[in-house]
Design a binder for this molecule. Structure first.
Ligand code: PTJ
Length: 246
């Protein structure tokens, strides 16, 4: 039991979720290392959603609203930390949810599926390993996608992604939105829209932006996308990390 008055309470709660998800076969072993790296970057950005992250979140919401076939991709870490929030966001957007694992095993797919169903998801794509397609003909597990989900998607939210896969998805003509606390990662640099924020803060904020932009006309949404520059946004996030004093 983590005492609520502990100065690192929120961070310890997230660690606890990660440890439990690992014990329950939801998280990849590397998922723990990935979380530790994310935690370090979160510490450096002050564990709050920065102004550049807010801009990226608004842009992501606009892209998702403009999409014909938006898909929210879920891996082990996302399922461990934000399953309910992802399911809620999928409802507001009428977006599909797809399980897409870097370290894919049938057992992990089954475990992540259980978490998503418990969080309220009714239809989940990417679970039938025998019927997955390979994006752009690249026969690597990184490029797998379900025919009706990621394969057909025009806009994909892929939080905590692997750089290679983000690049493959972008090269196949899709708009790739990622959430990654590390602005220097290959994923951050290769994605179309990178939200440098913790997934636990970012997903609820995307939902809020979706709600506030929902009534806007198509041109206003397109203008939000046009005025966004991912490289510039990443550089602004990097400036926040600059350590000025103890
Ligand atoms: O569940 P699987 O099999 O698909 O595997 C998932 C992981 C995350 C293990 C896999 O995709 C991986 O190895 O990812 P990387 O290359 O370690 O990248 C993960 C990125 O997510 C890193 O840049 C971390 O800084 C970042 N990150 C970690 N925790 C969070 C985060 N970003 C946002 N919110 C977090 N809570």
């Amino acid at each position: 039991m983590i005492p609520k008055n502990h100065p690192r309470y929120q961070s310890l709660v997230l660690r606890d979720k990660i440890v439990k998800a690992h014990k329950n076969g939801i998280l990849a072993d590397s998922g723990m290392i990935a979380h530790g790296r994310g935690e370090a970057f979160d510490y450096l950005i002050g564990e709050v959603t920065s102004a550049p992250a807010k801009e990226a979140i608004r842009t992501a919401a606009a892209a998702l609203l403009l999409a014909d076939n938006p898909v929210l991709s879920v891996n082990g870490n996302t399922a461990a930390l934000a399953a309910e929030e992802i399911v809620e966001l999928s409802r507001f957007l009428e977006a599909k949810i797809e399980i897409n694992l870097f370290y894919r095993t049938p057992k992990r797919v089954e475990n992540v599926e259980k978490v998503l169903k418990k969080a309220g998801a009714s239809q989940i794509y990417g679970t039938d390993s025998d019927n997955l397609k390979y994006i752009e003909g690249i026969e690597s597990p990184r490029a797998t996608a379900s025919a009706e989900g990621i394969f057909k998607a025009d806009v994909i939210l892929v939080p905590l992604e692997d750089g290679d896969r983000a690049e493959i998805l972008v090269n196949s003509g899709k708009t790739v939105i990622t959430v990654d606390l590390n602005p220097l990662s290959r994923t951050s640099k290769k994605s179309s829209i990178t939200i440098v924020d913790n997934i636990v803060r970012a997903i609820p904020l995307i939902k809020e932006e979706v709600l506030s932009l929902k009534e806007k006309d198509i041109n206003s949404l397109k203008n939000i996308l046009k005025s966004f520059n991912n490289e510039k946004n990443l550089k602004e996030s990097l400036k926040i990390i600059e350590i000025k004093e103890l």
